[in-house]
Design a protein around this ligand. Sequence first.
Ligand code: SAH
Length: 264
Amino acid sequence: MTQNKSHGRLSIAASLKPRELMQNNPRLAHTWTAQIITLFPNAFPGVLGESLTGKALQDRKWALETIDLRPFGDGKHKNVDDTPSGGGAGMVLRADVLGQAIEHAAANAPQGRPIVYLSPRGTPFTQAKAREWSKGSGVILLCGRFEGVDQRVLDHYNIEEVSLGDFVLTGGEIAAQAMIDATVRLLPDVLGNAASMDEESHSNGLLEHPQYTRPAIWNSLEIPEVLQSGHHGKIENWRREQSHALTKSRRPDLWDAYTSKIKK
Ligand code: SAH
């Protein structure tokens, strides 16, 4: 890693230090990398440091970089926000501060890495988006706080807005972790049993069939007989029927999309 003298370098070093998984992960040119611009770098890797995603991070199958927004702040107090133009409640993250952090992140990224603002106004995140991101070099994720970010930053850098769902979070960090998790598990060799991915909810436009495991009887409730029959054809049929029935009743929108796709 080449060291430059911008204050961004300090922010990365400082935010990497306490967290081993990230510290032992120097920037690797061909590794899928999530770059996260945030006021709360200590929130990372968070849950991404656990289990399969954590192991994969340790094994350098993907990398995580936080870019602390604070050192890019204005003046002695490193202000990052100001009151909304036109009045109203709350604070807005400043364009000049965000601009510097974005430039810093982009300078360390290969051409074409998407820059995304986590936002309740954005396009809802989907499995298709996770798949798309998993095929690229990584993502630059901008986490908002307070009332959000100055619109000019979104316009100037042509930033895509992506939402975790139709609700409002306090900041973008949880949304960033959810989206990174969904993306990283699609990278080669991150999930142990890659075959399980094809049948999962949303991978084929359907919800997954119910799952069971031992004990065979629990609270007088039995595992469906067919699953204990050892008859693979029958098991497959049962699972398909269950998956169709669940999708139809819970998510008529997905069912409509699925049936119109197979009619074509
Ligand atoms: N005033 C904004 C909400 C700000 S919430 C509005 O009404 O649109 C503060 C920050 O949390 C946002 O800047 C965004 O980065 C993050 N956030 C909130 N809800 C989110 C969601 N559903 N998906 C992704 N990010 C979200």
